[in-house]
Structure formats: structure tokens, C-alpha cells
Design a protein around this ligand. Structure first.
Ligand code: DC
Length: 219
């Protein structure tokens, strides 16, 4: 079974992809972690993540690996587990910027397709239903109001002890939506055959609705 979950940042894709994976015994692949890892590398090098001419040559220095265990996905950048380091607001912005560079998307295509070929997955991102798994059994496009998403992201960061400010999180979400949906390559738009799914309820209610849709639509 292949399930694609696309949608804007903070819509709740990863929360529900993880729960669906557990419920249906699928591997959960978080593709945003790959873009974030490139964002982190570029940031550490002091390079402007929007500057494609400077970012592209760095790709040959990058090796990325996804590892899976009971604890979920870990992302390994040149041998270093960066799974926790890539979650800051600064790296979110870097990820969004590098993700608009065609060579970056091309670079990450193989690692994502390899995961698809390995077995049953629920994969979340922006172009999963359109580019990475166009033949997914079910494609969901998850959305939620920017304010709802900002509140959730704020709570998440506070819980992790990361210092943050609600207004700038909201502004960042609006800016990232704009970057991600207006970029020329693989914009974050629903696939023609995607099911639009609003995350507006409590987690158990939303999860039940999602599992129902998956059951109804699985080929
Ligand atoms: O899902 P996320 O917030 O971790 O993703 C970080 C950034 O990576 C996001 O701003 C857009 C980009 N991204 C992408 O372009 N395509 C994907 N499949 C996943 C993420």
C-alpha cells in the first residue's frame, strides 16, 4: 500500500502520517527531513540558501541516508544524525529556500523513489502525489488555517524547549506557503486525483476520518 500525504507546513501531515503508519503497519517517510538536512548543510557553510549558483556545487559534498527503527525515521547527513538539529525555525526557512532549486529536487528524487520501491509506505511532503508517487493508492492533500497551524507549531517548539515567538511563526508559515506553492518546480499543489482533507478536529476524530478515507479508496 502506498499513501501520499501532501500539504502546507504545519497542517498536521507528519502527526497523522505517523499514526496511519502505526495503524496500517507502513513505513512512515518524512521527505521534509531531506530538504531540511540540505538546508542545514548550506546554513553551516554560511551560504545563502536562495543562491542556487552557490548551493548546487555543495550537493556533491552531501550524502544523505534515511534510517528506520522502532523510534521512527532518523536522517543521517554525512554520517551525523541530524534529525533533531533540523527542526528549528531557521532551518525550516533554509529548507523552503533550497527546495525551490531544481537540482536539489533532482538530487533528492532517487532517495525518495528508493523508499517507495522498498515496500509499503505512507510518505509526506509537498510533491508526493504529483511527482514522487504519482501512482499512490491514496493521495491526501491536508490543509488547516495558518493560525491553527502556527498555534500547533508554537506548542510543539515550546514543548521541545526551543525558544520562539507566535507572531514570527505565523509570519514564517505564511511566507513558506507562498514560497512552496508559487515556486516553478514541483509546487506544493494538490494532485488532480488528490482528496482534500481539512485537519480541523481533535486528533482521534481526524485519524478516524483519515483511516475511513484510506479504506474506501485503497485500490
Ligand atoms: O514538511 P517540512 O516542513 O519538514 O518541509 C520543509 C521544507 O521542505 C518545506 O518548506 C518545503 C520543502 N519540501 C518540499 O519542497 N517537498 C517535499 N516533498 C517536502 C518538503
Amino acid at each position: 500500500m502506498k499513501i501520499a500525504i501532501d500539504g502546507p507546513s504545519g497542517a498536521g501531515k507528519s502527526t497523522f502520517a505517523k499514526l496511519v503508519a502505526k495503524e496500517l503497519s507502513l513505513v512512515y517517510v518524512d521527505t521534509g527531513a531531506l530538504y531540511r538536512s540540505i538546508g542545514l548543510y548550506v546554513n553551516r557553510k554560511g551560504v545563502d540558501p536562495k543562491d542556487a549558483e552557490k548551493v548546487v556545487p555543495l550537493l556533491s559534498e552531501i550524502s544523505l541516508e534515511l534510517k528506520y527503527s522502532e523510534a521512527g525515521q532518523r536522517v543521517v547527513l554525512n554520517g551525523e544524525d541530524v534529525s533533531d538539529l533540523i527542526r528549528t525555525p531557521e532551518i525550516s526557512m533554509c529548507a523552503s529556500a533550497v527546495s525551490a532549486i531544481p537540482a536539489v529536487r533532482e538530487f533528492l528524487l532517487k532517495i525518495q523513489r528508493d523508499m517507495v520501491d522498498k515496500g509499503d509506505v505512507v510518505m509526506d511532503g509537498r510533491d508526493i502525489g504529483t511527482v514522487i508517487m504519482p501512482d499512490a493508492d491514496v493521495k491526501l492533500f491536508m490543509f488547516a488555517r495558518p493560525e491553527t497551524r502556527a498555534k500547533r507549531r508554537y506548542a510543539e517548539l515550546v514543548e521541545k524547549g526551543i525558544e520562539c515567538d507566535y507572531d514570527s511563526i505565523l509570519a514564517d508559515i505564511i511566507q513558506r506557503d507562498k514560497n512552496d506553492s508559487e515556486r516553478e518546480i514541483a509546487p506544493a499543489v494538490p494532485a488532480e486525483d488528490a482528496i482534500m482533507f481539512e485537519n480541523a478536529d481533535e486528533i482521534p476524530v481526524t485519524l478516524a476520518k483519515m483511516l475511513e478515507i484510506i479504506k474506501e479508496n485503497v485500490k
